[in-house]
Design a protein around this ligand. Structure first.
Ligand code: ARG
Ligand code: ZN
Length: 855
């Protein structure tokens, strides 16, 4: 069945209080639930409780056991008639955590019992109105074998605990804050804690703990520091204080997503907690800080103010991603952070917006809500919040967020309520801006600048178009904020103050006065709007901007565009002139005033898939060849510069600081170009870095360079890496990924072989993504003309679907891109989608993605 946003109705019954009692056992857990239910409004509907895969043992109404004729099961729902306006309904059910391979509800991971309830996992634990607009106070009693599960955690505060009979023990937890059931959590396991504390702005002490396996305690320091930084940041930037006396984080190895913001008991995929220099890269460290902040920030943007229904998911996710991006930008170079945000958006969201799975930030319908935890809801959603921040300014935006939190504290709200608060707090008119929530697809903006030297006037003509997307053929013009500046063509300096141009019409002229010097346009600076910009710049202008633009993002952008156009020229059979790119890279490398972190990002070539996204019909092989030719040329023509950059960034002992990270990044980028040059000693240099590294960033960087090549050092390094880290699951994931990402001719074959490796398993989502997910993102290897990549992916989607539909469905999007490939590839991709759809017992998760991809 398809669920529509328009069909929203308030719940028939509310549940102000719930008492849960868990007899925990991995094989068979008993869950008894006592719900206080209150009729909501004037109606005669019975109570309907969601349930999935529960073995129902008993139902009571006001303490009296009910005959099975009184209640009934309707599909998966338990229906109980109630005459009064209030009642106490109790159920007793049995569940089997160790058989739960979907990792939704209560499941076992490496001997730990834990929960994941968002979006609809709570119904796999007990019968309940499983929707986010039913908020309850929870009291939880958990009881388990003490030896296997010495630690018992749930939301809120532990108010009582004790020992039972036969080696069992128990704990009672109470959470004073009403919450929707998707924020419920419990954990039972043999865990050790890294403990610390934080004093809030009003002087309250919060006890912090990060719970992991004993052996992993040394890897929790970075996450703890990030947690404390996040707590202080949210007080400083948003005035938001933590509201309980405990905050617990638990890391588990089997997790469908990154992490989960359960009230005061965040549960994390261990890859977003565990780090030390030996096993985690700088990127891992950054991602950990970002995810720890993200989940912590949800305490206000998500928990204190939650979502009315799942169509409003971006209310909490878009806002919280914006908050975590702002936090990360404050930790180091803001420009480099922004480059990273935009890279992610372009790699994951733009293709989504341009393909068969396109949907608005606030979707209109779904079959399976898990399929809507997307880059559109998260990352484009964050861009919407960022645009409001840009339009209203720092101060106006803060007034709006204060009003939003004050007005909706304790409520389940809508995206509309957020925008309304921004308007009410500032007097701004965001009527047209709201279209960003409703219209899918990436706007395309063209910009033309005309200059009248005599009148000292420049006129910027902007035009916007919106491509049709599934279900939306006609679109209205959007409100697009574009930070814009003019630079002097001779002087290279800004000619006028940077302006925020609001493009609101389909076509619009913007006049700049007092422009005597010939101007060059710098537009969508810092990527103020998530659009595709076409400013019709020639290579000379792009090269100019890459050297002179005073906005670092725009400077990066000019360089990228120059690179993309150079590669596309070659792919399209036009004579590709590499000289402007080589010159721009040389200048950037030589510019001593530039932050090294910025330099390392700016000199990198755009990915093969990004180049593909710019073409109507993607030719993966030609893109690969053209990009490699440019890389080779950059490598050899600038070999001395790369060697100098390499030497200058080598020889430092490991330190985790923005400056040290920048040098490590530049070091491996330079190594990659030295290898691309074909220099005889390149493999030896890479192997040296691989062996002598005192940190994973340098080691994995060198391994990546070797893995792309064919030197004998390649096999040696892969073997050494495997043997050294075979017992470190998160590092072994890297070993799989580095091979799945390799740009070699035999990558598809190598991936098929790796799928037979004893350490490969489809049951652990991280491992599945490390190999199969990474392979789907390797454009050339996945789109091998024989079609073997497609068959491989389809095989593994089907295998995974039988175990874990959510994670299986997330592997599918690369197959849905068939319209963008030639007839031969397109036909094979469609055939695989049809094969998936024809498979018996397909989950609705995979069904939705595959059927929409073919439509
Ligand atoms: N709310 C979590 C986060 O973004 C993600 C939960 C995703 N779970 C799911 N079943 N889709 O932090
Ligand atoms: Zn989130």
């Amino acid at each position: 069945p398809i669920i529509h946003r328009e069909d929203y109705r308030p719940p028939d019954w509310l549940v102000p209080d719930i008492a849960l009692d868990f007899r925990l056992d991995p094989g068979k857990t008993l869950v008894s639930a006592r719900l206080k239910v209150v009729r909501n409004g004037d109606h005669a509907e019975p109570l309907r409780l969601d349930g999935e895969g529960l073995k129902l043992i008993e139902v009571k109404r006001d303490g009296v056991a009910l005959e099975s004729g009184v209640w009934r099961l309707e599909d998966d729902r338990l229906v109980v008639p109630i005459d009064a306006d209030e009642a106490e309904i109790s159920t007793l059910v049995e569940i089997e955590p160790e058989k739960n391979s979907q990792l939704m509800g209560l499941y076992a991971s490496g001997g730990i019992l834990c929960t994941q309830c968002e979006a609809q996992g709570f119904r796999r634990i007990t019968f309940f109105p499983d929707r986010p607009d039913v908020l309850s106070r929870y009291s939880v009693l958990m009881e388990a074998d003490q030896a296997s599960y010495p630690v018992l955690l749930a939301n809120g505060d532990c108010i009582e605990s004790g020992e039972g009979v036969e080696g069992r023990h128990w704990a009672r937890w109470e959470d004073p804050w009403p919450k929707p059931c998707y924020l419920f959590a419990l954990v039972a396991g043999d865990l050790a804690a890294n403990r610390d504390s934080f004093v809030t702005m009003s002087g309250k002490t919060v006890d912090l703990a990060i719970w992991v396996r004993e052996a992993d305690i040394p890897k929790t320091g970075h996450a703890m520091a990030a947690l404390k930084d996040s707590m202080a940041w949210d007080e400083r930037v948003y005035g938001r204080e933590y509201d309980l006396s405990q905050f617990n984080i638990v890391a588990v190895s089997d997790f469908n997503f990154g992490a989960m913001e359960n009230k005061s008991l965040n549960i994390f995929n261990s890859r977003y907690i565990l780090a030390d220099a030996e096993t985690a890269t700088d990127m891992d460290f950054d991602a950990i800080a970002g995810v720890v902040a993200h989940e912590y920030f949800h305490n206000w943007s998500g928990n204190r103010v939650t979502c009315r229904d799942w169509f409003q998911l971006s209310l909490k996710e878009g806002f919280t991603v914006f908050r975590d991006q702002s936090f990360s930008a404050d930790q180091g170079s803001a420009a480099v952070a922004r480059i990273g945000d935009v890279r992610t958006l372009r790699a994951a969201q733009f293709p989504e917006d341009a393909g068969p799975l396109a949907h608005p930030v606030r979707p209109e319908s779904y079959i399976e809500i898990s399929n809507f935890y997307t880059a559109t809801v998260y990352n484009k959603g964050a861009e919407l919040i960022r645009m409001m921040h840009t339009i209203l300014g720092e101060e106006g935006f803060r007034k709006g967020s204060d009003l939003y939190f004050e007005r909706h504290d304790g409520e389940a709200a809508t995206c509309e309520a957020f925008v309304q608060a921004m308007e009410d707090a500032t007097g701004a008119d965001l009527a047209q801006f709201r279209l960003w929530y409703a219209q899918s697809g990436t706007p395309k903006v063209t910009a033309k600048l005309a200059h009248d030297a005599g009148a000292a006037r420049a006129v910027l003509t902007l035009e916007q178009t919106m491509p049709p997307t599934p279900g939306q053929s006609e679109k209205q013009p959007m409100a697009i904020p574009l930070k814009t500046a003019l630079l002097g063509k001779e002087s290279g300096t800004p000619l006028a103050r940077e302006r925020l141009v609001m493009l609101t019409e389909a076509r619009q002229d913007v006049v700049f006065d007092d422009v005597a010097e010939t101007p060059i346009l710098s537009i969508n600076r810092n990527f103020t709007a998530p659009v595709v910009m076409d400013a019709e710049k020639d290579p000379a202008t792009l090269a100019f901007l890459s050297a002179h633009d005073d906005d670092p993002f725009a400077r990066y952008e000019a360089m990228q565009q120059l690179m993309v156009e150079t590669i596309i020229d070659a792919v399209s059979g036009r004579a590709a002139d590499h000289a402007p790119v080589i010159e721009a890279v040389r200048k950037t490398l030589a510019d001593a005033d530039l932050d090294k972190a910025f330099v390392a990002e700016a000199v990198l070539l755009p990915s093969e898939s990004f180049v593909g996204d710019q073409m109507l019909i993607v030719d993966p092989e030609a893109i690969h060849q053209a990009r490699e030719a440019l890389r080779r040329d950059l490598g050899s023509r600038l070999e001395a510069d790369w060697r100098a950059a390499y030497a200058a960034s080598s020889g430092n002992a490991f330190e985790y600081s923005p400056a040290a990270k920048a040098l490590r990044r530049l070091r491996t980028v330079a190594l990659g170009y030295i290898a691309a040059s074909g220099a005889d000693d390149a493999a030896k240099l890479a192997f040296g870095q691989f062996e002598s590294a005192d940190n994973m960033t340098d080691r994995q960087g060198a391994l990546g360079v070797l893995a792309n090549g064919g030197a004998p050092e390649r096999v040696a390094a892969l073997d050494i890496f495997y043997n050294r880290y075979r017992d470190e699951a998160l590092v072994l994931d890297k070993w799989f990924t580095v091979q799945a990402f390799a740009t070699r001719d035999d990558t598809a074959a190598a991936v098929e072989e790796l799928a037979q490796h004893p350490d490969f398993t489809i049951e652990n989502p991280n491992r599945l993504r490390a190999l199969v997910g990474a392979f789907g993102a390797n454009q050339r290897a996945f789109h091998l003309a024989s079609g073997r990549g497609y068959a491989f992916l389809a095989d593994y989607i089907l295998k995974a679907d039988a175990i874990n539909p959510q994670t299986a469905a997330r592997l599918l999007p690369p197959l849905g891109r068939w319209r963008r490939f030639d007839e031969g590839r397109g036909t094979m991709m469609r055939a695989e989608l049809e094969r998936i759809l024809a498979a018996p017992g397909l989950s609705k998760d995979v069904y939705e993605q595959a059927s929409k991809s073919l439509a």
